[in-house]
Design a binder for this molecule. Structure first.
Ligand code: FA5
Ligand code: MG
Length: 450
């Protein structure tokens, strides 16, 4: 289920039953990129996150960075007709990130437990869609925007509070969306190529299940909406094929073709909406969300007479699979043993290589057990650990939970796994770190540690 769709991203079972919490505000201005922002009781950006805020996204633009190689490949596959846009600072208004996109007031994505708030009306963008209207307003009808996005989330090898997305979109005048017109010609060209490659496309979703056509489609240009959707599917199936086929061919032992499937989704800013999944290493991997752009978005963009599609994909998730990168923290490594492996190989912009882990240093587990205070969300715990230990924390897992029969107090026990990616950690150092975590939990959330 999509985080920005009908539900919240799947959380560990232990996380259920927690209430959302808002960290006590210091009321001192928050400085991000040298700019001071007023704070209030929504403010929940810790120092470790504030230090990741830059005027533009960084990693997808660094040489020898896997995320940069992947961005380059996606731009190459989609072609020069898509205007590449490097996003501005991630500090955006909640109007841009939520309201203008049609998020209802009570949408879970708006909770301070899930989103970093600078103050009530300003947040760190949680998705590239925050810039959809801006990109359209600047006059681009086809574009591909890259940004760092921020979400409060669990801690494990595939979740990090900052990750990168690319958002693409294409819209046309209604006159172009007619049989035999330029859009249909592009569809036919892409579909003919796809018909001749070894890829199985599972695409039986009914439009009704995917949110249905919009009122304006039904009233005005249903045929145009159908062509937009057809173009979206041909474009993204082509992208999936180009990205995954070389890897699939190298790894798959059988004659089985690469498989992609389209499943219904819900996003407030597209309808019909779909998620795209790729069958890889024995499971379906969700790589993107997409759909036909809501008319309200086009109206706000000054493009009321147009129609088209948009999608948003996660770069880390794809790069981890394509290059066999085992831990999402590695993307932030400056270690030559990491970046050196992604030095460009001649002739290929996206090297067909498998990352070789250069070390596996021993882990160090520390548990923390406490009585659950009211209004505490497990993301508060995750973030406190992250803020104290930085990238030395690999995983935090709920290992026990029970309710005391007499007092009815709920107890939780979490196991924190500390492990460095590039050196051995001394037990003493970890004890100091872990004690700092416990101190802060006591101070900031009045946790009764057991
Ligand atoms: C969105 O963010 C929508 N804005 C996508 C969209 C754009 C839909 C345009 C329609 C039109 P979602 O939360 O599902 O949706 O994230 C999109 C993609 O980002 C996911 O498919 C996944 O590839 C990636 N992603 C999401 N959460 C994470 C995470 N915690 N870690 C790594 N990648 C993630
Ligand atoms: Mg999703």
């Amino acid at each position: 289920m999509s985080k920005l769709g009908v539900g919240i991203a799947a959380k560990r079972v232990c996380g259920r039953g927690f209430h959302n919490s808002v960290r006590l505000a210091s009321r001192q201005p928050l400085v991000l990129n040298g700019i001071e922002y007023a704070t209030d009781n929504y403010t929940n950006v810790p120092a470790s996150i504030a230090s990741r805020v830059h005027p533009h996204p960084q990693l997808p633009y660094l040489e020898n960075q896997p995320l940069a190689l992947l961005r380059g490949e996606i731009e190459r596959v989609l072609g020069a007709r898509y205007m590449p846009i490097r996003a501005p600072s991630p500090v955006v208004s909640t109007r841009l990130n939520f309201d203008e996109l049609g998020f209802p007031e009570d949408h879970p994505g708006r909770q301070p437990s899930d989103t970093y708030f600078v103050n009530k009306n300003t947040c760190l963008r949680t998705h590239t869609s925050a810039h959809q209207i801006g990109a359209f307003r600047s006059g681009n009808l086809r574009w591909l925007l890259t940004a760092d996005v921020f979400r409060r989330d669990e801690i494990d090898s595939s979740h990090y509070p900052v990750f990168h997305q690319m958002e693409g979109a294409s819209v046309w005048n209604h006159e172009e969306l007619v049989p035999g017109g330029s859009v249909e010609q592009e569809c036919v060209a892409m579909e003919q190529k796809l018909a001749n490659v070894p890829m199985e496309i599972q695409d039986q979703v009914s439009v009704e299940d995917a949110g249905g056509w919009q009122p304006k489609h039904e009233a005005n240009n249903r045929q145009g909406a159908e062509l937009s959707m057809r173009h979206l599917k041909a474009t993204l199936n082509t992208l999936v094929y180009e990205l995954f086929q070389p890897r699939w061919a190298l790894e798959s032992q059988s004659d089985e073709p690469l498989k992609v499937r389209w499943i219904p989704a819900f996003f407030p800013f597209t309808s019909p909406s779909f998620e795209v999944e790729v069958w890889f290493r024995g499971k379906w991997l969700e790589i993107l969300g997409s759909g036909v752009v809501q008319q309200s978005i086009l109206d706000q963009s000054g493009l009321a007479d147009k129609m088209g599609w948009a999608f948003g994909l996660g770069l880390e998730r794809i790069a981890m699979v394509l290059f066999s990168i085992p831990d999402i923290r590695l993307f932030w490594s400056q270690d030559k043993r990491f970046l050196g492996q992604f030095a460009k190989q001649s002739g290929r912009s996206l090297p067909l290589m498998t990352f070789k882990p250069y070390s596996k240093h021993p882990p160090c587990y520390k548990d923390v057990s406490f009585w659950l205070p009211p209004n505490f969300h497990e993301n508060d715990l995750f973030e406190t650990v992250r803020d104290c230990a930085g990238d030395l924390v690999e995983d935090v897992e709920c290992i026990d939970s029970f309710v005391h029969l007499k007092t009815q107090k709920a107890s939780r026990c979490y196991r924190v796994n500390y492990r460095s990616m590039d050196r051995n950690l001394e037990n003493e150092q970890i004890n100091t770190l872990h004690n700092a975590v416990l101190d802060r939990l006591r101070r900031e959330f009045s946790l009764e540690i057991r």
